[in-house]
Design a protein around this ligand. Sequence first.
Ligand SMILES: Cc1cc2nc3c(=O)[nH]c(=O)nc-3n(C[C@H](O)[C@H](O)[C@H](O)COP(=O)(O)OP(=O)(O)OC[C@H]3O[C@@H](n4cnc5c(N)ncnc54)[C@H](O)[C@@H]3O)c2cc1C
Length: 415
Amino acid sequence: MPNVDLMIFGGGIAGLWTMHEASRRGYRCLLLEAFALGSGQTVASQGIIHGGLKYTLQGMMTGSARRIREMPSIWRKSLAGEQLPDLSQTEIRSNNCYLWRTESLSSRLGMFGAKMGLQVVPKNLTPDEVPDILAGCPGSIGRMDEQVISPYSLIQNMADAFPEQIFRYDPTNLKFLHDKNGTLIAVQIHAPDGTPITIQTAAVLLTAGGGNETLLQLANPAATVQQKSIMQKRPLHMALVRGTLPPFNGHCVDGAKTRVTITSDIDCQGRTVWQIGGQVAETGVSMNRRELIEYAARELSASVPGIELNSLEWNSYTVDRAEGATKSGHRPETPQILQDGNLLTAWPTKLALAPQLAEEICERLSEIHVAPTPLDDSWKSELKRLPRPQVALPPWETAVDWVRLDEQFSQREAA
Ligand SMILES: Cc1cc2nc3c(=O)[nH]c(=O)nc-3n(C[C@H](O)[C@H](O)[C@H](O)COP(=O)(O)OP(=O)(O)OC[C@H]3O[C@@H](n4cnc5c(N)ncnc54)[C@H](O)[C@@H]3O)c2cc1C
């Protein structure tokens, strides 16, 4: 019977970064994915390795800003292949993000807050350095050393390191097995031909994003109602636009918010695609697709004056951010870990915080006396019958029915 130290459910950034960190410390890890790797949030995310900008916009050094500002240097070293995990095969979309603002007073204050306490401090650009599409924006325009990565290539890079330890399984045919004291000791899954496979494990980690709640209920049916209300989902309605666009990554600050956050990539046909998030995606949750697209276009033309909207194609996608529950329902300030004996449930809160989450999980393993066992590959043979999961495709590759803004709309905007 296969026997591992840590069984991880869910191959988004949280599960994969933890797998790398735990393996580096000598733990025998196995990761089981129900669908495609990164298919919940990670591949749909904007891939910004935040240095705390968003959390200093109120002019305060919040808990989130303090924790997250350590992250960019960890990522930078991994992306350069200078430390484990080796992320040198991950595509870096940009090594910096632009930062600019609208005319309002609150925007000026927001910019002031953004410059306080950040390790990634924006550098004011000279007029020659300002990209054409931002010419005409009020105030100084900054550039921050905030890296933007391709989440798809990140997941691919991280999964490639474990060709024999990451498998896809059928989540509808899963059992958690306990000993007579109620301690979790094994998991039963099924090979594609229906044969049951039982895997012993010293600890289980749930990093299934929005799937954590269901898994936790299955793993611990005796949990109280209170324990079961552990997760919150905060929806986003993101806009996508493709066509003749320059590669561009940045935030337009408006008060304590980012009015739009733009990241860009190239699709499989060589077209530039912009993902538009920030306040547009928060406010857009109550809108239908058409309303969101029109709203995003208005926001884009107001905040990026040099952009030509005609001929661009638009789309949108909805996605839930899954996090540990907070009393206020707002974003938690730090990664969240729940512990019930040798069962850990975790959410990183942000992609950028995955290194911190992984470190804290490994510390918890030591605290509950789960020790690395000597390396031995014999446990892998029985698992070879399980398939390897794909990496989820980015949202612009799966979106259908792209639309152009009609002439009437463009004229209305021009007026
Ligand atoms: C639109 C958007 C933009 C964002 N932009 C940024 C950003 O720029 N920077 C940043 O730092 N953060 C960003 N975030 C937040 C960040 O994406 C998330 O915090 C992070 O990706 C969560 O990772 P995760 O591994 O916990 O979950 P997920 O990425 O959701 O991964 C969960 C995995 O578990 C699998 N799974 C589900 N159910 C099961 C099951 N029963 N068994 C096994 N596997 C299962 C899923 O298929 C998936 O592979 C963004 C989020 C969104 C939604």
